[in-house]
Design a protein around this ligand. Structure first.
Ligand code: CA
Length: 238
């Protein structure tokens, strides 16, 4: 057993779910901190500096979305929102306010753990500030502005390149249409979702084995897109 490394702050007011998450995360060797209210969670985020936050959106003292906004004023800690139902609008707002991902309750344990690990990996990547981005068979050389799929160079237009880089930097993270459009095309284009669909289609034609069943950039209906985190094999890393 490796030592416990990452601290997860679990913000949840339902004792049964809090307890279940505590047991689950302990088994996975995470350190756990618990809060049952929004105000306490914000204080704890500042004092214990967790590596990740699991945040229930329905809290007794304040809206979970406000907790995201408050924490984002000073911290980029990954936040995964727990939502009681598949409420697209609530989730979209929380993501636009700076949450990294979401899981709907009742959640699948494996999915929750996968999302936690993906969010932790992504935040580690961002801190490292690599000159090269890798995801499975895909590699972007950020210095030379070159992209390779299975070591074969693939040509992209400048906008396609910017869009793909944004997905690579944020891989594993759920990105809303608005977030992507603002980051790649600028604030004035926040609603041009047709643009986005066209460009995603072009990128898929170039990187996906089967563009109709994409493995890299996944569509999250009604919300946005996510680039899956795909392991780099030892042959690819060499
Ligand atoms: Ca609740």
């Amino acid at each position: 057993m490796h030592e416990k490394k990452n601290t997860i702050l679990v913000v949840e007011d339902e004792p049964q779910i809090q307890k279940m998450l505590g047991i689950l995360l302990d088994v996975e060797n995470f350190k756990i901190a618990e809060s049952s209210s929004g105000k306490q969670a914000i204080r704890m985020c500042a004092s214990i500096k967790p590596d990740l936050i699991l945040l229930d959106l329905g809290l007794p003292d304040m809206d979970g979305k406000e907790v995201v906004t408050a924490i984002r004023e000073w911290s980029q800690v990954p936040i995964i929102v727990l939502s009681a139902r598949a409420d697209d609008e609530e989730i979209t707002i929380a993501l636009n306010m700076g949450a990294n991902d979401y899981v709907t309750k009742p959640f699948n344990v494996e999915v929750l753990l996968a999302r936690i690990n993906a969010a932790l990996r992504t935040s580690a990547v961002r801190e490292a500030g690599e000159p090269e981005l890798r995801n499975g068979a895909l590699r972007m050389d950020l210095v030379r502005h070159e992209t390779f799929l299975n070591d074969k160079q693939v040509a992209f237009t400048p906008k396609e390149y910017d869009l793909l880089r944004y997905f690579m930097v944020n891989r594993g993270k759920m990105l809303t249409h608005k977030e992507i459009l603002k980051a790649v095309w600028g604030a004035a284009h926040g609603d041009d979702t047709t643009y986005l669909r066209v460009y995603i289609g072009q990128i898929r034609e170039k990187i996906e084995k089967n563009p109709k069943m994409p493995a890299f950039i996944i569509t999250e209906a009604g919300i946005g897109y996510r680039m899956e985190v795909i392991p780099v094999t030892s042959a690819q890393a060499a």
